[in-house]
Design a binder for this molecule. Structure first.
Ligand code: HEC
Ligand code: HEC
Ligand code: HEC
Ligand code: HEC
Ligand code: HEC
Ligand code: HEC
Length: 220
């Protein structure tokens, strides 16, 4: 065999090996990346390094930026979301959700508030991680096991977070919110009907702490 023919044969052999390698490895790689997309085999999410700024790269609208101007955006108070993990303090660890490496493969869900969102316990748990404990001058609440907790009511039934407007602080809006579920009691309050108490001017929260309502048979 001449030197040229020999080299040609070697090259052909090498090419065959490379091809064989690709045939074996490529489908395997494909299989492995398909595996990595199964929710069960996703790595655990972590807090992102970019925090709020990273979220705002995609969620740029004013409904998102307004949180910075709400009490939760107050970085001078060390207990607020924006002094801690930003958006992720409420919505949960976002590394997988915002990972660009997953481009085109969807966005693993974060905590979604309100109706048809995440399970009630998960929604309220995200808020209670902070609000169950005392934070500076703001006292923690004893929500778990209360009548509203047992009734599967969420914080989001009454409070909005993506706003600077605190509806619950206004008598009219507060009463309207309670009336969604307690219409009869709002129209004709069972305890003080006809006793000259000006319900039209009082907030329900003047007398009821809706965060820790316990039945007579239950807790104090
Ligand atoms: C690369 C772009 C991108 C980044 C970065 C990103 N998101 Fe999203 N996010 C999306 C898209 C797209 C959807 C809609 C997904 C869908 O409907 O399937 C979404 C949906 C959501 C939702 C509602 C639905 C759900 O799955 O929970 C929340 C809440 C959310 N993102 C919060 C965040 C937070 C918090 C961060 C920062 C940690 C963040 N996102 C970063 C693109 C992004
Ligand atoms: C990282 C901790 C943290 C998380 C998580 C958190 N909060 Fe707060 N929240 C605070 C702190 C601290 C304040 C007081 C802010 C201030 O006035 O400086 C506050 C204030 C509030 C207020 C009073 C607002 C006002 O206008 O006076 C409401 C209502 C509230 N939070 C509801 C919620 C709800 C609902 C959730 C869940 C969706 C939630 N919080 C999640 C820490 C948190
Ligand atoms: C049934 C309606 C309702 C639900 C559900 C509810 N709240 Fe409230 N919340 C109120 C009202 C009413 C106020 C009082 C507003 C006022 O008078 O200024 C209030 C006030 C607050 C305040 C301010 C307290 C203060 O001392 O300044 C925080 C914080 C708060 N709620 C957090 C939460 C969290 C967290 C959840 C869920 C675990 C929740 N709320 C569920 C109605 C509700
Ligand atoms: C205090 C907790 C809290 C913080 C901080 C927070 N969110 Fe939310 N987010 C909520 C709640 C509660 C809702 C439900 C709508 C509402 O209450 O205004 C919501 C709704 C959303 C939605 C769905 C909007 C829709 O129209 O359905 C997206 C997306 C989202 N948040 C992303 C973010 C991003 C991005 C940040 C940071 C810039 C952020 N959130 C900060 C509590 C929070
Ligand atoms: C989304 C529905 C919903 C909203 C909004 C709501 N509640 Fe309730 N509330 C319930 C449920 C469910 C219970 C559990 C007992 C029941 O079924 O009556 C309850 C129980 C109560 C009780 C105790 C009733 C008893 O029989 O001892 C009081 C008081 C109360 N709520 C006050 C309020 C006030 C004040 C507001 C407004 C700030 C409010 N609720 C808003 C659903 C709601
Ligand atoms: C002046 C104080 C006061 C105000 C204001 C007030 N309540 Fe009450 N409410 C009470 C007392 C006291 C009871 C009786 C509690 C008991 O006997 O266990 C009661 C009972 C209730 C009950 C339980 C009724 C039942 O069938 O046992 C509901 C629901 C209720 N209030 C809702 C509201 C709502 C909604 C508002 C606002 C529109 C409101 N309350 C305003 C003091 C008040």
């Amino acid at each position: 065999m001449g030197e040229v023919a020999m080299r040609k044969m070697l090259m052909r052999e090498t090419a065959k090996k490379v091809l064989l390698c690709l045939l074996v490895v490529l489908p395997l790689a494909g299989f492995m990346s398909a595996e990595a997309q199964k929710p069960g085999s996703l790595p655990s999410p972590k807090f992102t390094e970019k925090g709020t700024d990273g979220c705002l790269e995609c969620h740029a609208g004013s409904k998102m930026t307004v949180v910075a101007d709400s009490p939760h955006g107050n970085k001078d108070n060390p207990h607020t979301p924006y002094a801690q993990q930003g958006c992720e303090s409420c919505h949960g660890k976002g590394s997988l959700h915002s990972s660009r490496a997953r481009g085109g493969h969807g966005f693993p869900a974060l905590i979604q508030f309100k109706r048809r969102g995440s399970p009630v316990a998960e929604q309220n748990g995200a808020c209670l991680d902070c609000h169950a404990k005392d934070m500076g001058s703001l006292a923690g609440m004893d929500w778990t096991g209360s009548l509203h907790d047992n009734g599967r009511i969420t914080c989001g039934n009454c409070h909005d977070s993506h706003t600077t407007d605190n509806k619950m602080a206004r008598q009219t809006d507060q009463t309207r919110t309670c009336a969604r579920c307690h219409r009869a009691d709002v129209q004709d309050h069972p305890r003080f009907a006809g006793k000259g108490i000006a319900f039209d001017e009082l907030k329900c929260s003047t007398c009821h702490d809706v965060h820790q309502l316990f039945s007579a048979a239950g807790r104090p």
